[in-house]
Write a protein that binds this ligand. Structure first.
Ligand code: HEM
Length: 455
């Protein structure tokens, strides 16, 4: 295979990549890695699913200190993007210090009961047989009430909070519309045909941004400094003297991050609808481990063996992003190839999680594979690892398990079409709406644990 001055295969042309994405959707990046190798060049970027490079890029501070220009470009292009993910240096550290106490394990654990109660309240409005047009939208609405409660310290039933929830959701759906974005990796000059829609969408985004600022300002003014309910991002940012517009940017950004959960939970329920026996196993495990309490905390995780294996497999099959962008802070030599300082790089998370060199039967959904850990390190990184990993991991895992338990105990799920693929965009979503029905179950008494049965 031909290589260039870096000694790395040149990879596909834009037209080839586009063709593969159209034909093979989410599988396209893995196919490129199999054709060109685990490292190849594409549009000047190094694209990698080589665990050695992944380890260096994630763990070595020389490569994590400065953000990739992909993020700088995004924060410049998207109104309200300037959030933690897009920042580096002192500005990132200052903001991280403000919000981090909310994300600590101990603090996250303290949310379990109130999250569970919030979900129960939400489910009380659903019907016996709750038809849904789109599972993802259903979960967006459910999780947004948790975001408002836990992340913003608001009562999701109050008018101001409800309005904020609607604005955040509206902005997110608008922003995720791939037809009005220009940052779709692999599309090339085709993007220019989207320019008019992009400009129109930007205008709406700016209007939404103003709305959000006004709403957050009003909510902050209602609360005096120090009287917020519990630890939350909004009050923490206010205490750290961030302006209303910076606070609004960050709240919106954290909401965007929270959205990863909506997608991952959609994947989880979609898989369970195909596997009623597995759904029943998880239900029984929850009942056995949780007993009268009825909701899980992080302390229960070590006993929720099947549930955690299931969650890991969902995160392997449905990583929240197809790839993350990084930049080499220093030059690095691997196998005689020297990657220069400043080289922009894409780490292909989806391809890492699906490469047949690292996984047996990679396309099969098999929670039991998690009876042991992967044989090659840095091939499974749904939340990344190292200095720029996801700071919401503890919260996301708790939220996942709490929602799963509440839904499984209350409903059986049926998805009408279980052949829906993922759209080929960098931030993956199901290509079509996932419609179906949730059928209410009779509440069952907690199952006695093995010890209790033997007593
Ligand atoms: C299952 C759900 C989630 C998954 C799989 C996930 C995954 C990720 C990944 C892969 C990144 C790195 C992105 C990059 O560097 O390009 C990230 C960053 C981040 N996540 Fe999550 N995330 C989830 C939920 C959450 C939640 C609920 C929050 C909290 C609101 C959150 C907050 C963040 C933040 C603030 C960052 C940026 C951290 C930084 O760059 O310093 N995430 N997440």
């Amino acid at each position: 295979m031909k290589t260039n001055r870096l000694g790395i295969p040149p990879g596909p042309t834009v037209a080839e990549a586009r063709h593969l994405l159209e034909q093979h959707q989410e599988k396209a990046w893995l196919m490129m890695a199999q054709t060109y190798g685990k490292n190849f060049l594409y549009q000047g970027n190094l694209v990698t699913c080589d665990p050695r490079l992944v380890e260096a890029l994630l763990m070595d501070r020389t490569h994590t200190q400065r953000r990739s220009s992909v993020y700088k470009y995004a924060s410049w292009m998207i109104p309200m993007a300037p959030g933690l993910l897009f920042m580096d240096g002192d500005a990132w550290e200052k903001r991280l210090r403000a919000v981090m106490p909310v994300f600590t394990k101990a603090n996250v654990d303290s949310y379990a009961e109130c999250m569970h109660q919030q979900i129960e309240q939400h489910l009380a409005h659903w019907q016996e047989n709750q038809l849904f047009e789109d599972l993802y939208t259903l979960l967006v609405n459910l999780n947004s009430s948790l975001f408002l409660k836990v992340g913003c310290g608001l009562n999701p039933n109050e008018a101001g909070a409800r309005q904020l929830g609607r604005t955040l959701i509206d902005f997110k759906f608008h922003y995720m519309n791939t037809q009005s974005r220009l940052d779709d990796f692999g599309i090339g000059k085709q993007q220019l045909t989207r320019l008019p829609r992009f400009l129109q969408a930007q205008w709406h985004r700016v209007r939404k941004k103003r709305q959000l600022y006004t709403q957050i300002d009003a909510l902050l003014n209602q609360q005096q400094k120090g009287d917020a309910r519990g630890l939350n991002w909004m009050s923490r940012l206010r205490e750290a003297d961030f302006s209303a517009s910076e606070t609004a940017d960050e709240v919106n950004h954290l909401y965007g991050a929270y959205n990863a959960l909506d997608y991952v939970l959609t994947g989880a329920l979609y898989e369970l609808s195909k596997r009623p026996v597995l759904a029943e196993t998880l239900r029984t495990e929850f009942r056995t481990v949780l007993g009268e309490r009825g909701y899980p905390t992080r302390d229960d995780f070590r006993l929720l063996t099947h549930t955690l294996q299931f969650m890991k497999e969902v995160l392997r099959i449905y990583p929240a992003t197809m790839a993350v962008a990084r930049r080499f802070g220093e030059s690095m030599t691997v196998d005689g190839i020297t990657i220069p300082k400043g080289q922009e790089t894409l780490i292909l998370l989806h391809a890492l999680h699906h490469h047949p060199d690292f996984w047996e039967r990679p396309d099969h959904f098999e929670p039991s594979r998690w009876q042991s850990e992967p044989t090659v390190s840095y091939t499974y990184v749904p939340f990344l690892t190292g200095p720029r990993k996801c700071i919401g991991q503890h919260l996301a895992e708790l939220n996942f398990v709490i929602v799963l338990n509440a839904l499984l105990q209350t409903y059986s799920i049926e998805v009408f079409d279980t052949t829906i693929r993922l759209a080929p965009f960098m931030i993956p979503r199901f290509e079509r709406k996932v419609a179906g029905i949730l059928r209410r179950r009779k509440r069952e008494a907690p199952t006695l644990s093995g010890n209790e049965l033997n007593a």
